[in-house]
Design a protein around this ligand. Structure first.
Ligand code: GLN
Length: 193
């Protein structure tokens, strides 16, 4: 197992800390060469348009898609990272999406007044504190995807073949169970779009 966190922009350091606290030698990933060695990649929160630009600029966008489609890579997207690994909720929505997980995400869906909030979720039968920061909303979930946690009616933590997505920030909750769940996922050949 080779675990990395995309470190081009956004909140990658807390993910490295959580993974290292679980005994994993997680690496910061900034180049296609580093990406090519991984079995598990976290795409952190940040700004999804900027992340798309940087992934394209550094030649990692297509490589990410190809390695996931070939069943070589498990991905975990949080917030902006979740936006990128899913699909767009409407045609032509920006930024483009990787389409590695069959969920449609709408950016900045919780409105301007309440951009950020905390909530207590339930995950695996126990409470999970969650921080939402200008979070996207999961508008629809495909047939191969399982909802692991909800906030009200909204799915906020979902898993599909070789892909996990959280619209909140599990790396900031002081609870490592979501990262543990990510490390338990195995690569599998999965094409959703
Ligand atoms: N609002 C950001 C975006 O749309 C995501 C925010 C985050 O990652 N905390 O890219």
């Amino acid at each position: 197992m080779q675990v990395g966190v995309l470190a081009l922009q956004g909140g990658f350091e807390p993910h490295l800390d959580v993974l290292r606290s679980l005994g994993v030698a997680a690496r910061a990933v900034r180049t296609p060469r580093e990406l090519a060695e991984l079995t598990h990649l976290v795409l952190p929160g940040g700004e999804s348009t900027t992340l798309h630009h940087l992934l394209t600029l550094f030649g990692m966008w297509e490589l990410l898609r190809a390695r996931h489609a070939a069943g070589e890579l498990v991905v975990f997207g949080t917030c902006a990272g979740a936006i990128l690994i899913g699909r767009a909720a409407t045609d032509g929505a920006r930024p483009p999406r990787l389409g590695l997980l069959d969920v449609a995400l709408e950016r900045n869906a919780y409105g301007r007044q309440v951009d950020s909030f905390r909530a207590e979720l339930e995950f695996e039968g126990a409470p999970l504190p969650a921080v939402f920061i200008r979070a996207p909303r999961i508008a629809s979930v495909g047939p191969g995807v399982r909802v692991l946690a909800r906030h009200g009616a909204d799915p906020v933590l979902v898993v599909g073949p070789a892909a996990l997505a959280a619209t909140f920030h599990p790396e900031l909750s002081g609870d490592s169970r979501v990262h543990q769940r990510f490390l338990e996922l195995a690569p599998s050949a999965a094409v959703v779009s």
